[in-house]
Design a protein around this ligand. Structure first.
Ligand code: AMP
Ligand code: MG
Length: 287
């Protein structure tokens, strides 16, 4: 495990969100490496990491050709409103081939989805073999918003932590690498970002008057998040809490976590199932 994963991973039962400063920057290299413009440093780092990610993505895609493996990777993002999910996705997947990606956002379940178990729509949205998936919200909403608003009774949501762990373990055993990230922002930072949305007409579409009612339940949400990351950080699919008030740190941290997950998989181009020299000779001999 790399240093950053060690630093940000949730050790089940031990994470206290109140003890994690959303403005902190765990694992950041020293000032000497970064210089005096951390934003610029982060941009350059993320650009470099993106190139690595793109190379990994291509090899993952190639390695799964014709069903050779069932390997796939899922970046799952959870955060309060304005937590930076969209921005993170944009930064971390810059340059990835859309053909090998599957990005899905989850809102309130529609009528058909409500007729099924909460994991039904999740299973269908998982990345196929060789693909990189991104979840903008996820099945964790079923123990977050659902719990905070009592959308189902406690008996039901409290069973879901174990159901989620079993589901994720099963998927991991079937070749899915899951990188679960909570973008941890402060209530003050959320206020700043909500105001910025209201002050920018091009961002009004992102604002929802209901966001203020959710904000009023901040402490309930923090408790629900804390339980979710503590109860569902497993060996098969650990949770990472990324301090996210500083966007440049957040982008660097998530890109690094994803890169490190890929490094473990280290997907390889498949060996050709034809004789390369013979094909070359054949091509040269032809018109
Ligand atoms: P946004 O990400 O801002 O587009 O908002 C999506 C909304 O969908 C959020 O308010 C979530 O809480 C809500 N949502 C997502 N999943 C569920 C779920 N399983 N049940 C109820 N609401 C959900
Ligand atoms: Mg919203």
């Amino acid at each position: 495990m790399s240093d950053l994963r060690e630093l940000l991973t949730v050790r089940p039962g031990n994470a206290r969100l109140a003890d994690i400063d959303p403005r902190s920057t765990p694992g950041l290299p020293g000032k000497q490496a970064i210089g005096d413009d951390p934003k610029r440093w982060s941009q350059a780092q993320v650009a470099t990491i993106s190139e690595q990610l793109n190379a990994y993505q291509e090899r993952l895609f190639a390695s799964a050709k014709e069903g050779a493996t069932n390997r796939r990777v899922l970046l799952l993002l959870q955060a309060m409103d304005c937590g930076g999910k969209d921005g993170t996705v944009r930064n971390v997947t810059q340059g990835m081939s859309p053909a090998g990606m599957k990005a899905v956002s989850f809102g309130p379940p529609d009528e058909e989805e409500r007729r099924h178990d909460f994991l039904w729509r999740i299973s269908r949205a998982l990345p196929p073999a060789g693909h990189v998936g991104v979840f903008n919200r996820s099945h964790y909403e079923d123990v977050l918003v659902v719990r905070v608003h009592n959308l189902v009774d406690e008996g039901e949501w409290s069973r879901r932590y174990d159901q989620i762990n079993a589901f994720e373990a099963e998927q991991a055993a079937a070749g899915l690498t899951i990188v679960k990230v909570m973008l941890h922002i402060s209530k003050a930072e959320q206020k700043k970002r909500l105001l910025a949305r209201l002050d920018d007409p091009s961002k009004h579409w992102k604002y929802n008057p209901g966001d203020l009612a959710e904000r009023a339940r901040w402490d309930d949400y923090q408790r629900a998040y804390e339980d979710a990351v503590n109860r569902c950080s497993t060996a098969a699919a650990p949770w990472y809490v990324v301090p996210a008030d500083r966007k440049w740190y957040r982008n660097w941290a998530v890109a690094t976590l994803l890169r490190d997950a890929f490094a473990d998989i280290d997907p390889q181009y498949p060996a050709p199932d034809f004789d390369v020299a013979a094909e070359r000779a054949r091509l040269l001999a032809a018109d």
